[in-house]
Design a protein around this ligand. Structure first.
Ligand code: COA
Length: 281
């Protein structure tokens, strides 16, 4: 067992917050998903990481062994409803229940809408929108039977602000946001909470490669954020854990924006400048 400090994402919650709970994190081996996995496991959850690419499992399984965390991995393409159904049946059989479903798997890249191919559109919609629904449906069924459970969906602020270059992802995330609110109203009576987190751009290798690939793009982006910096993946994961924890037990259908104020928009003047302008008339 390691004496390394708890992951940053877990620092705000009591140590046993998720003790006895089983969590499934799609795309849980990289980026934000990885930080949620680490945070949940360090707070006592048994976590199953589901990824399309098993190469994403090795590092977290090694860390789990070293730290004494209960983490397992399954290969899953969330676009395939039959595979998701089978996975839900197997995990329910093996663990008895899955209490927390985190729909985090995503696909994204910048591409002008007029150049986006049908396959590219289908691929991102398939992962983000279809995958979130298939996982919610199959894992939701057993949550309904148990009369408890939680679903957390990762969306993005551009689902409602729009942003050039991400018509596929923005359209899919907008659908997931609608799904979050709809399932929250349908399934509250079964003791299931459904929430979403909408991170602004946060630092991760995947995001850096896909969303700010050129020199200077990250700095330009940071200069637009009212809080003056990008978040880290650990920091965003910390807010996700809050929404999964009993600290938020009266919250459902909510979308927590974690973007340093970026989506609030820019006004006519930069901060401070408006105070210097004399008011005329
Ligand atoms: N720009 C334009 N089109 C792209 C593209 C890019 N950067 N990346 C993929 N596509 C297109 C492909 O060209 C293909 O369309 P085509 O056959 O008409 O040319 C289509 O998308 C499917 O690509 P393919 O690689 O076969 O599909 P896939 O389903 O295996 O993977 C992604 C597509 C988007 C999921 C892939 O980029 C991926 O796995 N990304 C990692 C996860 C991720 O993006 N996370 C988000 C981090 S912010």
């Amino acid at each position: 067992m390691s004496d390394r400090p708890r992951p940053a994402a877990a620092r705000w919650l009591p140590e046993c917050t998720f003790e006895g709970q089983v969590a499934l994190v799609t795309g849980g081996g990289t980026g934000l998903g990885l930080e949620m996995t680490r945070g949940l496991a360090s707070l006592g959850a048994e976590v199953i990481v589901a990824s399309r690419n098993p190469a994403h499992h090795g590092a977290i399984l090694d860390e789990a062994r070293e730290r004494g965390w209960k983490i397992h991995a399954v290969e899953l393409d969330v676009r395939e409803p039959i595979a998701v159904e089978r996975c839900a049946a197997e995990l329910n059989e093996r663990f008895g229940h899955v209490d927390l479903l985190i729909n985090n798997a995503a696909g994204n890249f910048l591409c002008p809408a007029e150049r986006l191919s049908s396959r590219a559109w289908r691929s991102v919609l398939g992962i983000v929108l279809d995958g979130t629904f298939y996982c919610s449906r199959y894992f939701g069924r057993s949550m309904i039977e148990r009369g408890r459970g939680q679903i957390l969906n990762i969306v993005a602020t551009y689902a409602w602000t729009g942003m050039p270059g991400v018509v596929h992802s923005a359209s899919a995330k907008a659908g997931v946001l609608a799904m979050t609110r709809t399932l929250a109203t349908e399934w509250a009576r079964f003791g299931i909470r459904v929430n979403a987190v909408a991170p602004g751009p946060f630092h991760s290798e995947g995001a850096a490669e896909r969303l700010w690939p050129e020199p200077g793009m990250r700095e330009r982006l940071e200069s637009q954020v009212p809080l003056g910096r990008l978040a880290s993946a650990e920091e965003v994961a910390g807010h996700c854990l809050y929404l999964l924890s009993p600290a938020s037990e009266y919250i459902t259908g909510e979308c927590l924006v974690v973007d340093g104020g970026l989506s609030l928009g820019r006004n006519m003047w930069a901060p401070g400048e408006s105070r210097r302008k004399p008011v005329v008339g």
